[in-house]
Design a protein around this ligand. Structure first.
Ligand code: COA
Length: 174
């Protein structure tokens, strides 16, 4: 699969050599407050990536490094939990190297790939209830809150919602 590119960032598939970068993000207290904990050791991460690569080959999951268009890595994002109609995304982190609108650009790239290339009809995801900013991001982006568990709000978003966002953000994301 080719790299997914927008105005200031691109998404490229994770490699074993990204293990250290991923660990540095996931162990950083600025970013991991609302994420599930990962084992902080490089060898374990490499093993995890190897197992992920099998899922990638089977088209079950896609894990991307977010890079600025000048090549500096600035985050991660993952598409997973596929069923016949819907996909989930998460593991979404952007560090201080991000460009101003990396969040909007990366969300649009994920939806574009999943809806237009992979042909999913719906997206489902969850956000920790106390992750106020990220809940606001998704609501503003056109997602609908469809439920909750003890710790998460559950959302859905459809291709039509994303089409509206594409128009709205045309100037920003080019
Ligand atoms: C989740 C994460 C990747 C989002 O990235 P972010 O850069 O914080 O996203 P923001 O909401 O600040 O959006 C980026 C910019 O787009 C703007 N923006 C976001 N949504 C917008 C909208 N609908 N319309 C207009 N502008 C919008 C923001 O205001 C911000 O611009 P600013 O810097 O001028 O204020 C990042 O916060 C992160 O890594 N968090 C830690 C990990 C985490 O919690 N991940 C989510 C797990 S579910």
């Amino acid at each position: 699969m080719e790299t997914l590119v927008s105005k200031t960032i691109k998404l490229r598939l994770v490699l074993e050599s990204d293990a250290e970068f991923i660990i540095s993000l996931r162990n950083d207290e600025r970013y991991n407050k609302h994420l599930s904990q990962t084992n902080g050791d490089v060898e374990t991460q490499i093993q995890w990536i190897k197992e992920y690569k099998n899922k990638e080959k089977n088209k079950e999951e896609y894990y991307f490094i977010v890079e600025r268009n000048d090549g500096v890595p600035c985050g991660t994002v993952r598409l997973y939990d596929f069923n016949s109609e819907s996909f989930c995304w998460g593991s979404w982190i952007l560090n201080t190297e991000k460009t101003r609108y990396s969040a909007i650009e990366s969300a649009l790239l994920v939806y574009k790939y999943a809806f237009e290339e992979l042909k999913f009809q719906r997206c489902h995801f969850d956000v920790r209830k106390d992750n106020i900013k990220v809940n606001q991001f998704h609501l503003k982006f056109g997602a609908t809150k469809v439920g909750e568990t003890g710790k998460d709000f559950l959302y859905e978003i459809y291709p039509d919602d994303v089409e509206r966002m594409k128009v709205k953000y045309k100037k920003i994301v080019g």
